[in-house]
Each structure stands twice: as structure tokens, then as C-alpha cells.
Design a binder for this molecule. Structure first.
Ligand SMILES: NC(=O)c1ccc[n+]([C@@H]2O[C@H](COP(=O)([O-])OP(=O)(O)OC[C@H]3O[C@@H](n4cnc5c(N)ncnc54)[C@H](O)[C@@H]3O)[C@@H](O)[C@H]2O)c1
Ligand SMILES: O=P(O)(O)OC[C@H](O)CO
Length: 311
């Protein structure tokens, strides 16, 4: 909707379910995920992949764990010069691969960009002010895509550090679960602020070790998204953690919604360990989710760590 609004541009909205596509074409609304938001006139819902054949740029917005399957199906049907803009936030389970690496494997030679930042879909769709980052190793491409997608209330900054941008998006979901659990357990706002700051320190260490620019993590896609997700019950990752903190089981905690951090936590700590990065908050979340650590033990572990210099 934002892309179509930006320049009255035609946008093909591909989805896998023909019935859902037909219903959306008829009602001009995504009743399940975005009720009350009318599709822009330029948006054309379809379930036919062939309708993407002429697209100059494709925003891939399915959950992180489906990226490989979706791109495998779509890539051969796209223009060879189509830009792939990855919007999912996560690390692939099983391979511990960054999503840009999954895309490079499945669609070799494609121009890949990452779009991420503090942005609840409901806010963007309703035209509330939002600012995000779009990065590609091809900086000129990133600038062109950012200009094409920006609109009066949707500001897209551009950059050339896609690895930094994807690290921010994937890791903030894990760290938001920790903040949610702390609030759910009744640890208070001071604890939340401490967790945000120490989580940010983890993000910076991880980024340095994985060849990203620390300053990318200081921007919208790092600190910006961490603050949003750690501070808002609207975040599904925060809400997941909050329910865990209140004593819900892992099965109950998702509330039937996607909590990407729960699927990415193990991959994040595996990558951190591989490069010797200390991430105690992320480790605590991974321990909680794998059942090797209870919440009170996780809190005691974090509070009992040896005191050290802050920086
Ligand atoms: N919702 C947000 O506010 C928001 C904001 C920024 C980024 N993201 C990221 O975008 C990604 C998707 O999140 P979401 O909120 O749209 O999730 P969602 O669960 O609300 O919707 C995902 C959609 O993808 C579809 N889907 C799932 N598997 C598919 C497949 N194999 N092929 C085709 N379609 C498939 C589902 O049917 C559903 O319509 C996540 O990685 C999330 O972190 C979401
Ligand atoms: O609801 P969440 O936790 O998936 O967060 C949505 C977006 O990633 C916020 O930027």
C-alpha cells in the first residue's frame, strides 16, 4: 500500500491462496491482517505468480522461515534484473543462515536489498509517520529503491550495509522477548531500560563480529527497532515474552501470532558463539525457549554475572 501510495505506482500483491486473492480484489481490504485499511487503487491482488513477471522490484514479506521456499518458487518467474527486497526479520533455522545469504543461494546474481526498521504494518498501512532503512551492497540501487518507496508519511533512508540492517531486524526480535518477559514477570521499568541498553551492547558486539558496520546498528534498523519492539505491547515478540513472564507455556505464549524471535533465538546464539561474541540476554532467551532454563534462573543468571567495565 505504501509503495502504491508513493507514486500512484501499479503494485502486484501476490499471495499463495487464490480465494484470499479473489476476496481481497473484491473487498479491497485485507480483512484478516489489516481490517479497516482500504487498498490503494494501484494495488492488484493475485495468486498467479506469472503476474509478477514484469515487476522491477519485489518486496518479499513472508515469514523468515519461508523465505527459501518462497524465493525458490518465485525467482525463476521474475525478470532477471528484478531487485529482491527482503522484508522478513530472522535467521534461517537449521542452517543458521542470514536471509541475504539464503537469497544469494536461491537466486544467484539477483540484486538483493534489505528493508527493515521500526514499523508496525498497521501503522504504515494507516499512513502514520514511519521511517525505515533500505540497504543494498549496491548503494545506488538502495538510493533508487528508497526514493521509489518513500511517500509523505513513509520515509525510507538508504544505506550500503545490508548485513547490519538484517542483523538489527533479526536480533531485536529475540531481545524484545527478553524485555517482554521482564515486564510480564513484574521486574519493572528500570529493568526494561537496563535490558534495552545491555541488549543494544550485544547487538553492537554481534554486528562487529559479523562484518557489519556498528553505526548501522545505531540507526533505525538497530536501535530504532529495538526500542519499538521492547517498549510496545503491540510487538508480537514483546507480547510473546510478556506472556511467558506471566507464566504461560511456550505453546500458549504466541497467542497464535508470528513471533519471529522465538524461531531465531537459537540461530542468533549459534552465530554469536561461532565468533566468540558474548550475548547473555540472547542466551537467556534461547535457554528459556529450549526449556533448559527457567525464567527465575535466567533472571538470577543475568543479575549474578560478574561486574565489569560497561564499555
Ligand atoms: N507485521 C509487521 O508489523 C511487520 C513489520 C516489519 C517487518 N515484519 C516482518 O515481515 C515478516 C512477515 O510478517 P507478517 O507480520 O506479515 O506475518 P504474518 O504472519 O502476519 O503474515 C505472513 C503472511 O505470509 C503468508 N505466508 C506464510 N507462508 C507463506 C508461503 N510459504 N508462501 C506465501 N505466503 C506465505 C501468510 O499466509 C501470511 O499472509 C516477518 O519476518 C516480520 O518480522 C512484519
Ligand atoms: O510485531 P513484531 O514484534 O513482529 O514487530 C513488528 C516489526 O518488526 C516492528 O518493527
Amino acid at each position: 500500500n505504501a509503495a502504491a501510495a508513493a507514486a500512484a505506482r501499479p503494485v502486484v500483491l501476490w499471495m499463495r491462496d487464490p480465494e484470499a486473492a479473489a476476496a481481497m480484489a473484491r473487498t479491497r481490504e485485507n480483512e484478516r491482517h489489516l481490517p479497516g485499511v482500504t487498498l490503494q487503487p494501484g494495488v492488484r491482488p493475485t495468486a498467479d505468480v506469472a503476474d509478477l513477471a514484469e515487476s522491477e522490484a519485489v518486496l518479499v514479506v513472508t515469514p523468515a522461515q519461508t523465505l527459501r521456499g518462497v524465493l525458490t518458487a518465485l525467482a525463476p518467474r521474475l525478470r532477471p534484473d528484478a531487485a529482491l527486497i527482503l522484508c522478513a526479520k530472522g535467521i534461517e533455522r537449521g542452517t543458521d543462515a542470514f536471509l541475504t545469504d539464503v537469497a544469494a543461494e536461491v537466486a544467484p546474481g539477483a540484486s538483493v536489498a534489505v528493508l527493515s526498521g521500526p514499523s508496525f504494518a498497521a501503522d504504515v498501512a494507516r499512513g502514520l509517520p514511519t521511517a525505515v532503512t533500505l540497504a543494498s551492497r549496491d548503494g545506488a540501487l538502495a538510493a533508487a529503491l528508497a526514493a521509489a518507496l518513500s511517500g509523505p508519511t513513509f520515509r525510507v533512508y538508504h544505506g550500503s550495509d545490508p548485513r547490519g540492517v538484517e542483523i538489527g531486524g533479526a536480533a531485536k526480535n529475540v531481545l524484545a522477548i527478553a524485555c517482554g518477559a521482564a515486564i510480564g514477570r513484574g521486574l519493572g521499568e528500570s529493568a526494561r531500560a537496563a535490558l534495552v541498553a545491555r541488549s543494544f551492547a550485544e547487538l553492537m558486539r554481534f554486528a562487529r563480529a559479523w562484518d557489519a558496520r556498528p553505526e548501522t546498528l545505531m540507526g533505525l534498523s538497530g536501535l530504532g527497532d529495538l526500542v519499538l519492539s521492547a517498549a510496545s505491547a503491540q510487538s508480537r515478540n514483546f507480547a510473546f515474552g510478556e506472556r511467558l513472564g506471566r507464566g504461560a507455556s511456550l505453546a500458549e505464549a504466541s497467542g497464535g501470532k508470528l513471533a519471529e524471535g522465538a524461531l531465531t533465538a537459537q540461530g542468533l546464539v549459534a552465530l554469536a558463539r561461532r565468533r566468540g561474541v558474548e550475548m547473555p540476554v540472547a542466551e537467556a532467551v534461547a535457554g528459556l525457549l529450549s526449556g533448559t532454563l527457567g525464567l527465575d534462573a535466567a533472571i538470577a543468571d543475568l543479575l549474578g554475572r560478574p561486574l565489569r567495565a560497561e564499555i
